[in-house]
Design a protein around this ligand. Sequence first.
Ligand code: NAD
Length: 302
Amino acid sequence: KPGTIAFLGLGHMGGPMAANLIAAGYSVVGFDPMPAAVEAAKAHGVPMAGSAAEAAAGASVVLTMLQKGQQVLDVYRGSGGQPGLLELAAPGTLFLDCSTINVTEAQEAAQAAIDAGHRAVDAPVSGGVVGAEAGTLTFMVGGQDEDFETVRPMLEAMGKRVVHCGAHGLGQAAKVCNNMILGVSMIAVSEAFVLGEKLGLTHEALFDVAAHASGQCWALTTNCPVPGPVPTSPANRDYQPGFAGALMAKDLRLAVNALDHTGVSAEMGQLASKIYDEFAAGDGAGKDFSGIINTIREQSEP
Ligand code: NAD
């Protein structure tokens, strides 16, 4: 096992992930500026430091699980006159970022780490809080082969699938591509159910056909946006997440940034981003993203 892992960002995802690392026998020191996160982490048995610098002192891995790319870059490079961890950490420290951020930000962060004499890996996750708690996350990893091999056992302590997607930033690339499929397909499935309702088709009949035909997809067969056909889907509990609309809106904005950056023409991805931004700005932020079906129904003619 490596030396100590400095774990920065013990929120909804980071808290249970850190607890799973400890359960697997890793030495972890956490830091989070939010008192509630500190208390929750301590309750999970995660020792906490008073600052990021204190957590990183003597660590061989700096793991970040933050909301935004700018936060990751600030931790790495410093902000507000404070030195960053790239400057403070021991040479050759492995900077492992599990946050979901822009592909370009991940590449910038990795390059900054390498320029400062360190190693870097991006490893965003899917699987949500439930996956973080159960240790069943999927990690999408970008970085060099030997660094991937170093982080693989750590990631396996927190997840069940670890995929090396390529060079720096390509973990984030896989994440935005996957979630663009998910956003577009959930809208498509929801539109089809509302059309079926108007045409007099029962939810069960449409599900029985599409789930075994060419319309089959995760949005239909696992996260079905109508109650009934899939009893475990969020539609059966008034759209409690699951995967919150705010997070889908965020991930689709990252996808649109990547589309704009590369010049790819993707009208469906662009439109899905606009639809989920509006959903999250209304009452959809805290609802499961499959709740988009209610917006589609409300916007349809009576
Ligand atoms: P969160 O807001 O619950 O946790 C982020 C934590 O980072 C907070 O506790 C915050 O206080 C802390 N933080 C901020 N600045 C810090 C700093 N400088 N040093 C240390 N800690 C700092 O967010 P989350 O839901 O845990 O999500 C984290 C990341 O994982 C995001 O990028 C998100 O998009 C991604 N993600 C979330 C989910 C999910 O279901 N929540 C699923 C997949 C991916």
